[in-house]
Design a binder for this molecule. Structure first.
Ligand code: SAJ
Length: 395
């Protein structure tokens, strides 16, 4: 249930391993494209696999579920209002499959969910189908694949699998063992739910530490990249890298699943979220100051190259990107300075006219590195331009 960034690759890999897959998505265009063997997401190597499993009939997409033996909820879990987790898509998908459930079936949630969601869905299932209580297997199994490396990671990453009872855990392990070569770690559903939130919250806190170092070093006149590089020479220190903020729909979102449910117990996690959100504002202010300083010194407005819009290096995904926020803020306050927007991984943007990165570099008085895209590393380092490096491209 759900043929997005995770559901579709999972369906394809399972089908490739001989499991008959009926994939469901509410988006008719996704269903049509998928059944035509066309990938609607960008993921290296996935297109050929999709064509193969559609052609050999092992994978079919539809807008409605059908009777199966195992059901997987792989739908979005965004947040609503003030960072309240929204599990309505999981609930809708659960309700959609309830009529088809029969004795012996397996029901698994993969979507990142607040602790207790799997038990909540089990209650909904058994309230509508009381005869199934103790007769079907229900578990939670989060994914942890890295976009861009999904095929390899879906097969080789370890998985954490937690059932509402041990026999559910065993049943889910037996399913994933058909295509996962990584180790399948058994636990209960609450621990599995918390594990996913822990993985991503730990990364957010580590990145916040690096971003806080960048604030301190900026004030102390220390090169934060050199500092972290030296500190990491310690055999047991592994500090992550500052960036222009934390983007994407995982690290920037999952910690709120904890702070919403455990506000008094997760204040450092909450502070890390604030620190990482603040970083984008801090960067925009630095750019504004550099522009003002240039104008005072040169009696004209600068040409500024904003290098990168994606949420992380060498991808084309701009969702929840702090770089986008910074460009928007600089544009608002630039009062007709010449701002060149660069994103080498997309052809065009619906708001900004994109400039080739080499041309932007050549024309700019101020070069602002927001995302460490590999092509930027080939640009000249020593020159008379003013360079603001928020992503360690020069490290
Ligand atoms: N970032 C930094 N400094 C760093 C590392 C990352 O500023 O040292 C920023 C990136 O620029 C980006 C954001 O953090 O804006 C997130 O980047 P990421 O490298 O964490 O990548 P994601 O969000 O695509 O993937 C993460 C991974 N989780 C962990 O590494 C614990 C991935 O394994 C998960 O599957 C994914 O979240 C997810 O879907 O949950």
């Amino acid at each position: 249930m759900g043929l997005g960034y995770i559901g579709l690759p999972t369906a394809i890999i399972a089908a490739k391993h001989g499991i008959q897959i009926h994939g469901v998505d509410i988006n008719t265009k996704v269903v049509e494209k998928t059944n035509a063997g066309l990938l609607h997401i960008i993921e290296p190597g996935m297109q050929d696999l999709l064509e193969e499993v559609v052609k050999n009939g092992m994978f079919r997409a539809d807008t409605k579920p059908t009777e199966c033996d195992a059901y997987f909820m792989v739908v979005p879990t965004p947040f609503k209002g003030d960072h309240e987790p929204d599990v309505s898509y999981v609930e809708t998908a659960t309700h959609a499959v309830i009529p088809y459930l029969k004795t012996g079936d397996l029901f698994v949630i993969e979507s990142t969910s607040p602790v207790g969601t799997t038990e909540e869905m089990a209650k909904i299932i058994f309230s509508e189908r009381p005869e199934l209580e103790g007769k079907i297997y229900i578990a939670y199994c989060p994914e942890r694949v890295l976009p861009g490396n999904v095929i390899y990671e879906l097969i080789h990453n370890d998985r954490v699998i937690g059932g509402i009872n041990p026999e559910s855990t065993e049943k889910a392990v037996a399913f994933y063992a058909q295509f996962v070569q990584g180790t399948l770690h058994k636990t209960n559903c609450r621990t599995a739910e918390m594990c996913k939130l822990t993985e991503n919250s730990s990364r957010d806190v580590q990145i916040a530490f690096a971003n806080e170092l960048s604030f301190i070093c900026d004030k102390a006149g220390i090169n934060v990249w050199e500092l972290i590089n030296l500190a990491n020479k310690h055999p047991r220190v592994n500090i992550l890298w500052p960036g222009c903020g934390v983007g994407g729909h995982c690290i920037a979102i999952d910690p709120y699943f904890l702070t919403a449910d455990f506000p008094m117990e997760s204040r450092m996690i909450a502070q890390a979220r604030q620190t990482n959100n603040y970083k984008a504002f801090w960067c925009a202010e630095k750019v504004g100051n550099a522009m003002l300083k240039f104008e005072l010194q040169h009696g004209r407005k600068p040409t500024v190259a904003m290098m990168g819009l994606a949420f992380k290096p060498d991808i084309d995904d701009l969702r929840e990107s702090p770089a986008k926020q910074i460009v928007a803020k600089v544009m608002q306050s630039c009062n007709n300075a010449d701002i060149l927007v660069v994103e080498p991984n997309v052809e065009e943007h619906n708001i900004y006219k994109l400039t080739d990165y080499r041309e932007a570099f050549r024309r700019a008085d101020i070069v602002v590195y927001l995302v460490a895209h590999t092509p930027f590393k080939s640009l000249p380092k020593d020159n008379d331009k003013i360079v603001l490096d928020f992503c360690g491209i020069l490290k």
